[in-house]
Design a protein around this ligand. Structure first.
Ligand code: ZN
Length: 245
């Protein structure tokens, strides 16, 4: 039985947000997606979004009827307030505070606020994001308490119940692969491997068992370690698999 509410998934075309989209399609009666174009170095991420949506629609009839519109917001203005490896061609490195310089201060708070405004207009009451406390990136706006506070602020500020769901919050990367397998089996795992994008460098020609990427950057390393741990330990969601990091 689906939850009768409708959901809006923050969907980047990466592994995590694809798992969230599958989770939402399994959970809710109607699901739309939203993406943000903020001057990513690689348009490949934006292309992956549409490919993944098309693949889910074609492969899973039980989800096809629930998958609604996609919304792409132009947030190029973030380039004016950030100076990071995601928006400029610079090496991935840690800054003095211990956060990767891919860090855009409060970015997820902005994304959820824009998503909530779109959700309000569309009559959607659940926002779904792939934020996670266990991936060691240290982003304070990915933390559970931060997002619970934002859920309250959005619900009060829009005077309507607005729920933020983060199905990956307490999962590591191996458990995210296991969740994907649980939701859609090998067919969904294949879509994640072939069509989602993770690599910071935008590499899409090198194919590994876990998908495409340079294999060296922190995002590729995390994805590869998670895939390896999941394959070794089998499809046991929420089991105590080895931590990446
Ligand atoms: Zn990479």
């Amino acid at each position: 039985m689906s939850d009768p509410r409708s959901a809006l998934v923050l969907f980047s075309g990466g592994q995590d947000s694809t798992a969230c989209l599958a989770w939402a399609l399994e959970s809710y009666s109607h699901v739309e997606t939203i993406g943000f174009d903020y001057g990513q170095r690689h348009v490949v991420e934006l292309e992956c979004r549409l490919n993944v949506r098309a693949q889910l629609h074609a492969t899973f009839p039980r989800w096809a009827g629930k998958l609604g519109d996609d919304h792409l917001l132009d947030l190029q203005l973030l380039g004016q307030i950030s100076d990071t490896a995601l928006t400029k061609s610079r090496a991935i490195e840690m800054n003095a505070s211990g956060l990767p310089n891919t860090f855009v201060p409060g970015r997820n708070l902005l994304f959820f606020t824009f998503a909530a405004a779109v959700a309000y207009r569309r009559g959607l009451s659940v926002l779904v994001g792939g934020m996670c406390e266990t991936d060691f990136s240290g982003y304070p706006d990915c933390r559970d308490n931060t997002l619970k506070a934002q859920q309250v602020a959005l619900s009060l500020g829009m005077d309507t119940p607005m729920t933020i769901e983060t199905p990956l919050m307490w999962l590591d990367k191996a458990q995210t692969w296991a969740l994907t397998d649980e939701l859609g089996g090998e067919a969904l795992t294949d879509i994640v491997v072939e069509h989602t994008h993770t690599c910071y460098l935008g590499e899409r020609t090198l194919r590994h068992e876990w998908g495409y990427g340079c294999g060296q950057c922190p995002a590729c390393a995390l994805r590869a370690r998670g895939y390896g741990a999941w394959r070794r330990h089998g499809a046991m969601p929420f089991a105590d698999t080895e931590q990446a990091g």
